[in-house]
Design a protein around this ligand. Structure first.
Ligand code: FES
Length: 261
């Protein structure tokens, strides 16, 4: 696994702590005694055009993962209020982490339940191995779940690496989403594509990596449905930025965008 960057400048520290706070995760078990288990502040690996998060789960705090076949759900609200990962302990020294939304219609994948030796979709009962591989013959899903890298220290922590943290694509089959759809005909012209299921007041912000809003291409009431918003980023310095779409009640999604000059 790649180590996070050693960011030592004052600006670097403020960037890192902003990003760490931004992408904080919560871990939830669905069976007692660990209904709400822990909050995890990640280590962020910031590279030229990418952002990865290392999420270290303390097994002393997350009781559900202390035993083989224990399973929990990890959520990172900032990526998208629906973003989930399911982490399962598959042996004494091995853990699996997979995307927790079904490729069929985006329903939740449940953490392992009762005596099952598979994960099951809450929508239409498609089944998956703990490593995300689709088990054919159960339900309508036709693709496997994305698998994330895990590493276990042999003692009390397991780390899940979420690569491309700010560009995990948000499924357009869910009711609310945002994607950076395409670039326009000119440099630094981009098109945001997003959808909402009811009229909403939306704010789309461009943020620098230390958390400052540098552009607000959208702030207003929109009708339900799909929308395209062309946006000119040429006024920004070259570098990596985050975009974030919020409604009055939720974060719809966050992604990254690179400006080049
Ligand atoms: S949403 Fe999972 S099987 Fe339909």
């Amino acid at each position: 696994m790649r180590e996070p960057l050693n960011v030592s400048t004052e600006k670097g520290i403020s960037r890192r702590s902003f990003l760490e706070r931004m992408f904080t995760a919560t871990v939830v078990g669905i069976t007692a005694p660990s209904i709400l288990s822990a909050t995890i502040i990640p280590k962020i690996a910031l590279r030229e055009n990418s952002l990865s998060g290392l999420y270290t789960i303390d097994l002393n705090a997350v009781v559900a993962l202390q035993n083989v076949l224990g399973s929990v759900r990890l959520s990172i609200r900032e990526i998208d209020s629906r973003f989930r990962i399911v982490v399962t302990r598959v042996s004494e020294d091995q853990f699996e982490a997979v995307y927790g939304r079904c490729p069929h219609q985006d329903f939740l994948i449940r953490p392992r339940e009762s005596t099952n030796d598979y994960l099951i979709c809450s929508g239409h009962d498609s089944r998956f191995q703990f490593n995300g591989t689709l088990i054919p013959g159960f339900g309508p899903a036709e693709a496997s779940l994305k698998r994330y890298t895990t590493s276990y220290d042999g003692d009390a922590t397991v780390t899940v690496e979420i690569d491309e943290l700010a560009s995990v694509s948000t499924s357009e089959s869910s009711s609310s989403y945002i994607t950076l759809h395409s670039t326009g005909p000119l440099d630094n012209q981009v098109v945001f594509k997003f959808g909402i299921s009811r009229p909403e007041h939306l704010v789309l912000s461009l943020l620098s990596l230390d958390g400052k809003e540098v552009l607000r291409p959208l702030d207003g009431l929109l009708e339900a449905g799909s929308h395209h918003l062309p946006c000119d980023l040429s006024s920004l310095e070259s570098g990596l930025y985050l975009y974030r779409l919020t409604s009055s009640t939720a974060i719809i999604g966050t992604g990254k965008v690179v400006v080049t000059k």
